[in-house]
Design a protein. Structure first.
Length: 454
């Protein structure tokens, strides 16, 4: 699963340092073509419910009420004092200011609107500037520990078609039948001789490749679970593709549109992947009961490990998004710094924390307090074991290379090459995580130093 975090605008209020610039009150800014006014972010954890706007590139932007009102008026939804539309043309900044004043009871001028459009909305790619010039090119958010090197495999239209084939699996009747079947299959599975089956797969290159293939199919079906949950909820899933998460190859489906749903719909989309993994396990259990083919037990084990990994709330797996949607806060990682400063350095909560409701703020604090030490302990333990891990992996790689060279079999060579890649990737991924975390700690320490010097 993949969601673009909601890009947010700064507070729409005018601070004393932000003086509106003078401009002709007849200026007529416009919404960028393809911009859609979505409406209120349902179930949010913010004190002031944000409003969502979809940019022409599909990125959802979170706006405060004042800025959303301006965007709405630029979309042709403003009214004259007598309640009639202002005509076919776009409103001027003076007309917008008058309408804002009537709606809010506060006095706004054309200069205020000009400032908000040119300094807040246009830089986000939502509107043109007041002089008619287009906004600067915008890129989608690049969140911490996110996917890299994305490559689209299935277009949005293909994903829409395929998700329609499986959307019925999210109906309550199907869920009530398939989930108990999964737990019953799990009880049966853990009573089987998985150790013997695993040993047999490790010494059979053909069976090893088969298990890897089934694991890939399970990952693709996992993504179809997210896409079909979106379609069942009434929103359009985006493209499906593959990319690099840390250094592991992984599949993704763009379900940014799930932000249009209520909290229940978003959580259904979050859980859709592991739900489809459970369905895949049911199919494998039935196949094993019918055939007795031992590698299928190893395939079931690999899917169970995938489910466990996806439910972890630490990195950007499904468990992380489930917590984020439960509390109604799209990007939890950006609150790590403010919460650490508040908890460890006893600083007062900054503007980002004050914008949250009480219980979401408490939940995010609990997430940070639990996740950051857990990640630090896991990372520290792995770093201590790293020299031994590298030594064992190197010995295993030498054995695999020698075995592939001696056999002269293409299947053995392919299985050996795949195992070598799987041995190298965790070490490379660990190195990248350490580098990213060190950069984050360095930036946090630098901000702390600068704030103290002031």
């Amino acid at each position: 699963m993949s969601q673009w975090p909601l890009t947010s605008a700064a507070n729409g209020a005018l601070s004393p340092e932000e003086k509106p610039s003078g401009m002709n009150g007849t200026a007529r800014p416009a919404l960028v073509e393809g911009t859609e006014l979505v409406g209120e972010f349902d179930g949010s954890g913010y004190r002031e419910p944000p409003q969502l706007v979809s940019r022409s590139d599909g990125q959802l932007v979170r706006l405060p009420a004042l800025l959303y009102s301006i965007a709405k008026m630029l979309g042709g939804c403003h009214l004259a004092p007598n309640g009639e539309p202002h005509g076919a043309g776009r409103p001027t900044v003076t007309e917008i200011a008058d309408e804002l004043s009537r709606e809010s009871g506060r006095r706004y001028t054309a200069e205020h609107v000009t400032f908000l459009v040119d300094q807040k909305l246009a830089p986000l790619g939502i509107t043109t500037y007041c002089d008619g010039s287009p906004p600067p090119p915008r890129t989608k958010a690049d969140p911490f520990l996110a996917f890299r090197f994305r490559m689209e495999v299935l277009s949005e239209s293909v994903t829409w078609f395929l998700s329609g084939l499986f959307a019925w699996l999210h109906r309550p009747v199907a869920v009530l039948l398939l989930i108990p079947a999964f737990f019953g299959g799990e009880v049966w599975f853990w009573a089987q001789d998985t150790a013997g089956a695993l040993q047999g797969v490790l010494f059979s290159p053909a069976n090893f490749l088969l298990v890897v293939l089934l694991a890939i199919v399970s990952c693709v079906f996992h993504e179809m679970g997210h896409a079909s949950a979106c379609r069942y909820g009434g929103v359009r899933p985006g493209a499906m593709g593959c990319g690099i998460y840390l250094v592991w190859p992984a599949f993704y489906t763009d379900i940014t549109n799930s932000y249009r749903l209520g909290r229940g719909g978003r959580i259904r989309a979050d859980l859709g992947g592991v739900y489809f993994n459970a369905i895949f396990v049911n199919v494998l259990v039935l196949a094993y009961v019918a055939t007795g083919f031992q590698p299928l037990l190893v395939a079931i084990l690999s899917v169970n490990l995938e489910i466990f990994q996806q439910l972890l709330p630490t990195l950007r797996f499904d468990g992380y998004y489930i917590i984020a949607d439960l509390v109604g806060i799209p990007d939890l990682f950006k609150y790590i710094g403010p919460i650490i400063r508040r908890v460890l350095f006893r600083q007062p909560p900054d503007e980002r924390l004050r914008a949250l409701k009480r219980w979401p703020q408490a939940m995010v604090t609990l997430w940070v307090v639990c996740v950051v030490p857990a990640l630090a302990l896991q990372l520290g333990y792995v770093l201590l074991q790293l020299p031994g891990l590298i030594r064992v992996d190197w010995q295993r790689i030498r054995v695999l290379v020698a075995g592939a060279a001696a056999s002269g079999d293409y299947v053995v060579a392919g299985a050996s090459a795949l195992q070598i890649v799987l041995l190298i990737l965790p070490i490379a991924g660990l190195t990248m995580v350490v580098v990213q975390l060190l950069k984050a700690v360095f930036r946090l320490a630098r901000r702390q130093l600068v704030s103290r010097q002031r």
